[in-house]
Design a protein around this ligand. Sequence first.
Ligand SMILES: NC(=O)c1ccc[n+]([C@@H]2O[C@H](COP(=O)([O-])OP(=O)(O)OC[C@H]3O[C@@H](n4cnc5c(N)ncnc54)[C@H](O)[C@@H]3O)[C@@H](O)[C@H]2O)c1
Ligand SMILES: N[C@@H](CC=O)C(=O)O
Length: 496
Amino acid sequence: MPASASRTDHRADPIAGLDDQDLFCAAAFIDGRRIGADTDVIEVTDPATGQLIGTVPALDGAASTSAVDAAAKAFPAWSGLLPQERSAILRRWFEAIRAAREDLALIMTREQGKPLSEARGEIDYAASFVEFYAEEAKRPNIESVTSHLADAEVEVWREPSGVAALITPWNFPSAMLTRKAAAALAAGCTCVAHPSGETPFSATALAVLADRAGMPPGVFNVVTGRAAEVVEPWTEDPRVRVLSFTGSTEIGRLLYRQSAGTMKRLVMELGGLAPFIVFADADLDQAVEEAIKAKFATSGQDCLGANRFFVERPLYDEFCRRFAAATSALRVGPGIQDLDIGPLMNQRAVAKQHQHVEDALARGAKCLVGGKVHAAGPLFFAPTVLADVSDDSLIMHEETFGPVAAIAPFDDEAAVIARANDTEYGLIAYLHTNDPRRIYRASRALQFGMVAVNRTKVTGPPIPFGGMKQSGLGREGARLGMEAFTEVKYVCRDWH
Ligand SMILES: NC(=O)c1ccc[n+]([C@@H]2O[C@H](COP(=O)([O-])OP(=O)(O)OC[C@H]3O[C@@H](n4cnc5c(N)ncnc54)[C@H](O)[C@@H]3O)[C@@H](O)[C@H]2O)c1
Ligand SMILES: N[C@@H](CC=O)C(=O)O
């Protein structure tokens, strides 16, 4: 155990309304033990109120390496279990998460700020990955290949890669962790996970539940601390074979560089700059309803959040009018009150909203609704609609990651597809049209990993989630998500 850490069962102050206070756990988890720091801690505040809700240990590089020691030690036994045995543990973890739904949602709302209903939805989403991979764990397929050599038999195996490092963000603190961890564990890898310092309690609660579900010591370690201190040793450690990150493209590039020395397998779920394209033949009511979901879920702090709305000229004025009216009806307040829009994560996020609004207005845009901080508090930004936004505005090129929508008209299909593709990002594109030929043409032409047609909610465990270009590498979810944590081994056997 590192000198700076002592073995303590630290507790955060109780959260009112939590049934099971042990889930609100102010400790890291390494090798099946709760690790607390004597002095160095990270303070976690409720973004709705600015109130301190608890602290977690700020573990150092030695502690972070000790988590890899534990995961490497646990790897032979975990990867050697029968697939059904790993599946049974994952299934128990899934059931524990489902049973703790209300408490997990409350913890998330307090540290992340999202409305309680959205937090409950995220817990269901998080649990669904554990359930899915509990099933996939049973199917570690061996591919049979017809031999191309005389007198030889050939086989292709998939073997667990080893220790996997999982680095997760603050906007979806539970689902981003289970989407990675359940896939890695099902494949037979052991994990070291680092949750964002802004939302660590959702991750430590999942670790408590994994422990209760019978996850053996060292298989699923959660290391709290400052991201660079915790993660850099993992990028340099040759025992860490896969690094899976969700967060900004900027940090993704940094981790890519840091991982080059040990040639890790990388999974990167990075930023997006989603276009939302509405053609004149679309169902306008449906387009407006879906646009509200695509822009304002998690207060706009979603990698799938629509940043750029392009509306064909004949529908433009009416779309702007209806979308602005629907936006001004959104209720803003603390997540605990379960309204529509909660606070942003931090002051940097608020500053970015101001910057994007002011820049767009300076370039000729009109503000139809919002445009400033909301009376609910300093981290609440009013849901905002900007119309006539010019293509050279910052908001058309940089992720806003907040509740500001930019709308611009278009006249021509080919031109709008080119504008939509004119970005380094390529995560998701939204398309509204009722012309089947156009749906096919546009879906093919959009350079995005996911295309949502006439709807917003498209994700879930069986689909390959991920982006093209600088939105990332690899895919999460589906069978591909599990294969990311495996190595292909080819064996050729002589018959003689
Ligand atoms: N794709 C996503 O789901 C997602 C999630 C969160 C943030 N973001 C992006 O981040 C931007 C704003 O958020 P931010 O200011 O917190 O961004 P950021 O890049 O500083 O942080 C994003 C995440 O990266 C991790 N991180 C930061 N520094 C790291 C390091 N040196 N090593 C390893 N991990 C590190 C943090 O734990 C954090 O959760 C947004 O505009 C958005 O692009 C994307
Ligand atoms: N909203 C995404 C998570 C990324 O921010 C999802 O649906 O998985």
